[in-house]
Design a protein around this ligand. Sequence first.
Ligand SMILES: Nc1ncnc2c1ncn2[C@@H]1O[C@H](COP(=O)(O)OP(=O)(O)OP(=O)(O)O)[C@@H](O)[C@H]1O
Ligand SMILES: [Mg+2]
Length: 209
Amino acid sequence: MSVLVVAGTGSGVGKSVVTAAVAALAVARKAEVAVVKAAQTGVGAGDDGDVDRVMRLSGVRTTFELGRFPDALPPAAAARAAGLPPVSMSAAVTLVRELSESNRLVLVEGTGGLLDRYDEDGATVADLARTLRAQVLVVVSPGAGTVNDTALTLEALAHRGARPRGGRHRAVARRARARGALRRRRPGDAGGAAPGRRAARRGRCAARA
Ligand SMILES: Nc1ncnc2c1ncn2[C@@H]1O[C@H](COP(=O)(O)OP(=O)(O)OP(=O)(O)O)[C@@H](O)[C@H]1O
Ligand SMILES: [Mg+2]
């Protein structure tokens, strides 16, 4: 039904943790939730990616990765470096639309910052959000320079006709944790311990041209 794109001002700002927090709140309300990572970079085959952490933290069982590339680069560059086809935005649109027919909420976590490129035509997660008519949750870091980064990101969103849902940072995760919705964490998941449930139903889409 609803599609929410979780974008950020950059890499490592907390998109996955916020995605897990939103998912956990929805799961706690018994909603069917699917999580899509648009492109996973900087992770090798067989290693845990963002969707694995989101599953552990939130209990969501339906997750997809649209492409996986080992170099920690923006998706288009990472695909080029690996000699693989880039993530197809049209495939992403099709998958998210299909998922939105059977799930109350589809969360799409972007890769890097809002304007990182997914293919050689320069498609971004902002374009994906606009095509899907999805709202965009902008995750920002609490560090120095964040006001500028946030303003630039929101301006870019507005310029592309995408719909900001509102800026968030780690307060969302705190709220979910306070409500007991966010599962306990394992090392590497913002500290803590204890495994969560593995995916029972999980798809990983190969990168397609
Ligand atoms: N609420 C939080 N409290 C403590 N640490 C956090 C919180 N949110 C995120 N972190 C930590 O910050 C780091 C980056 O978070 P996260 O992986 O969610 O960022 P990201 O934007 O998804 O990164 P990427 O660009 O790699 O997808 C991680 O080490 C994570 O554990
Ligand atoms: Mg992430």
